[in-house]
Design a protein around this ligand. Structure first.
Ligand code: NAG
Ligand code: NAG
Ligand code: NAG
Ligand code: NAG
Ligand code: NAG
Length: 736
């Protein structure tokens, strides 16, 4: 704005002076201010927002040291910590070396001292807090000011709680866990099995970033272990291991502006390839003829398939968890004969092939032998390849901090074996299993590399795609993530949900996951249609599969997964009727292409997440701040996925101040209340604002895609049909 004014400068006018004062005044406000308070304390504000309140009786900084022990098994970590020293620093001395910089020296009777620098740089756009603690200490408690009614969101991808207030969140990438709710059958069984049950905070993508309802964000640049504790009523207590380093803050009038600032800081995601919107990605496996048979079957029932995702392109092994892939990323020509030609043939008719990779190599494969002989793996304390048990098979982890190893994996494995084979994308799995006693080429301690590794893994994939000139053609999707993934990963997925309706690990959990990841600066996500993990005799039903599918319609990318035990679980191809339901859902998705593409563009341009929380667009409605199972699919569209079994109506809260139209019935509702609508299978509650410029598209989509006749499910109507037929027959027989 200011730059444009300068360009058209034709001498000062009154308006220009007003503008100049406005700019100066705004620039002044968009900086830290430090106010000394009467009790010998200080308040730190940004843009008028109180960030930190230091009082002698309640110091904002404590320092200390402690011992932390990490135990890892199958990507699950037990972390035990003993604090040896914890010293509050009540004294503070403030200096201001320049108008844009403050120095705060915190101390405790001269024994311990810590310097905090507050700087505003980059023309008032970058607000940095830099904390340095004495070298012999390794722990900092930073107490940020907290308000009574304040809500806090983000923390990376959080599956259980969207508003983080009232809970504590360790920042450590790991398996999200099976069940994720101690005390439930699935979680307790998973814990008995290998300690893999998880909890509300366990996640593949934690991130030390949060957004407050007081309209500021806070981002820690450390990659070391840390805990964001929001349980205190007067302070957000950030416990940082190692050097606390640099913390970024930003304040803005609106939440989308905060997102934009985070995008400038962390990087943004590119747009998706156009083919992604053309249909659904079918997750199938078993060999060339097998997957083509699935394709024919799906297309025969009218399903628009844009890609076959064959995760077993490199072959398979068998374990007690189910069929596992052979982690040796080379085309298995025995299982997939003629694949290279088939990829070309299918691409001509609009069906791509996608594969799978992760940063580990199975000891039994030829790639392992090469990497091992060249020293490309992460090492253990005795300088040998660090071997990990991945569940009845053993692997090394590629050391992406070693430039030669990085190049080799990118060029010889990803580019040569996958891109040159013709694959248009892949799941870039794992990245969370690295124990802190691993020894890296770059000399950075394993504890600091652990969280950073997923971003490096994303960069290896991204570089391979870019160097092949295939950005905009190839899509890879990742579950592990951390700060930095924003700039490299091109799509995320929610990982391995359990095949049930549990809030901890079931269908519902992917909604807060997408929202918290969006708030943390990563606005593209999707999930396995049907969920993934099936254990302890619990299997996926047709209803669960279709509820997942209907929710996926309103995300940027639809992709099915057969799960860890394909034969035991209901599949999209299990019946023609399922395929017909699925075909209609894919049609709805495809007919929204123009709209979804624009949402994805807005994420690329403005870092506005494709799925965003209600408060992003309706901040004046106090009710929306605690909603975690509904989302905005663009400012005008509200989606309230059905996440319970056996229901056909659903309650939805509509933001106040607007009139909302229910897509499937065309009924209008005034916002500011909860309404109940019909929500049979295939009709995810979808509301659009009456005034939306997309209203006619939405109405056309609804009109052109009526529910599939005989909407009820074969599996769930069977008892009723049986009853309806059997009961009269019973009486008829009795009477005759
Ligand atoms: C933060 O402080 C440390 C130690 O004083 C210094 O080395 C580093 O350059 C500072 N970083 C920034 C961004 O000011
Ligand atoms: C973590 O602790 C739980 C509970 O004590 C135990 O079942 C599990 O095996 C432990 N896991 C590891 C990796 O030590
Ligand atoms: C994003 O990645 C590019 C290419 O590696 C790099 O030049 C740029 O600095 C990165 N941006 C951020 C915000 O990390
Ligand atoms: C290091 O790894 C090698 C195998 O690569 C193993 O034989 C050795 O025991 C490991 N050393 C330690 C200290 O774990
Ligand atoms: C994308 O962003 C632009 C600019 O803010 C806005 O006008 C447009 O409505 C957005 N598109 C969608 C689909 O939300």
């Amino acid at each position: 704005m200011a730059a444009r004014r300068v360009a058209s400068w034709q001498g000062p006018k009154l308006g220009h002076y007003v503008l100049l004062w406005t700019v100066l005044f705004t620039a002044h406000c968009r900086a830290f201010t430090v106010r000394q308070t009467s009790d010998g304390g200080v308040d730190v504000l940004l843009d008028g927002t109180l960030l930190l309140r230091h009082q002698r009786s309640d110091p904002a900084i404590l320092v200390g040291s402690g011992t932390t022990v990490f135990r890892e098994l199958h990507g699950n970590f037990n972390i035990s910590d003993t604090v040896g020293l914890r010293v509050p620093l009540p004294d503070v001395d403030v200096t201001q070396p320049s108008p844009s910089e403050y120095r705060l020296l915190f101390s405790s009777g001269g024994n311990y001292q810590t310097e905090m620098t507050l700087m505003t740089g980059n023309e008032g756009h970058d607000h940095v807090m830099n904390i340095s603690i004495p070298g012999n200490l390794d722990r900092t408690w930073l107490r940020l000011y907290a308000d009574d009614g304040e809500h806090v969101y983000g923390g990376g991808e959080q599956f259980t709680y969207f508003d983080l207030r009232g809970r504590s969140f360790p920042i450590w990438t790991r398996e999200q866990g099976v069940g994720r709710q101690p005390g439930t059958f699935v979680t307790d069984e998973a814990n008995r099995r290998d300690g893999g049950g998880g909890d509300y905070h366990t996640t593949y993508w934690p991130q030390p970033t949060f957004v407050s309802s007081r309209r500021y964000f806070c981002h820690f640049t450390t990659t070391d272990y840390m805990i964001m504790d929001f349980t205190d009523t007067t302070a957000h207590v950030m416990q940082i291991w190692g050097s606390p380093g640099v913390v970024h803050f930003g304040a803005a009038a609106t939440f989308p502006e905060l997102s934009e600032q985070l995008g400038a800081l962390l990087g943004k995601q590119p747009e998706l390839p156009d083919w992604v919107y053309d249909g659904a990605i079918l997750g199938v496996q078993g060999g060339t003829s097998e997957v083509l048979r699935y394709l024919e079957q799906a297309e025969g029932q009218g399903v628009k398939v844009n890609a076959l995702w064959i995760q077993d392109w490199a072959g398979r092994i068998r374990t007690s968890f189910g069929r596992r892939l052979f982690w040796n990323w080379v085309w298995d020509e025995n299982q997939y004969p003629g694949l290279r030609e088939e990829i070309v043939r299918q691409k001509e008719r609009g069906v791509r092939f996608l594969g799978y990779i992760n940063p580990h190599l199975n000891k039994l494969g030829n790639l392992y032998a090469i990497a091992d002989s060249r020293g490309y793996f992460v090492k253990n304390s005795t300088g040998q390849t660090y071997i990990q048990d991945f569940g009845e098979f053993f692997c090394g982890t590629i050391d992406l901090t070693n430039p030669a190893a990085f190049q080799w994996y990118k060029n010889e494995v990803i580019i040569k074996n996958m891109i040159e084979l013709g694959l248009s994308g892949w799941m870039a799995d794992f990245g969370e299993y690295l124990p802190p006693d691993m020894v890296f080429y770059n000399g950075v301690p394993g504890r600091e590399m652990h969280n950073h590794y997923p971003a490096l893994w994303a960069k290896a994939n991204r570089d391979a795609v870019e160097e092949s000139g295939k950005l905009g053609e190839i899509v890879f999707w990742m579950r592990a993530g951390f700060s930095g993934s924003q700039n490299y990963s091109v799509m995320s997925w929610a990982g391995d949900q359990f095949v049930d309706y549990s809030l901890g690990d079931g269908l519902a959990s992917v909604i807060p996951a997408a929202l918290s990841l969006g708030v943390s600066g990563y606005g593209l996500s999707h999930f396995d249609i049907g969920g993934f993990t099936s254990l302890f005799g619990i299997t996926r039903t047709e209803e669960l599969l279709l509820r997942y599918a209907e929710m996926a319609v309103f995300t940027p990318m639809m992709r099915t997964h057969e799960g860890n035990r394909p034969a035991d679980n209901w599949q999209v191809y299990s019946s023609d009727s399922t395929l017909q339901h699925f075909a209609r859902l894919v049609d709805v998705h495809v007919s929204l292409t123009g709209y979804i593409r624009e949402l994805v563009q807005n994420n690329s341009r403005y870092n506005l997440p494709v799925q965003s929380p209600l408060f992003y667009h309706y901040p004046d409605d106090p009710m929306v701040y605690s909603i975690k199972y509904q989302y905005m699919f663009g400012p005008d569209v509200l989606i309230a996925p059905v996440y319970r079994e056996g229901v056909d109506t659903w309650q939805v809260y509509l933001p106040q101040g607007h009139t909302w139209v229910h897509l499937w019935s065309d009924n209008s509702y005034e916002g500011g209340r909860t309404v109940t609508v019909d929500a049979p299978l295939g009709q995810t509650p979808f509301f659009f604002r009456e005034s939306s410029r997309w209203a006619s598209l939405f109405r056309t989509v609804a009109r052109d895609n009526p529910p599939v006749s005989g909407t009820s499910l074969s599996s769930s109507i069977l008892p009723y049909v049986t009853a309806i037929v059997a009961i009269p027959l019973f009486f008829w027989f009795r009477q005759h």
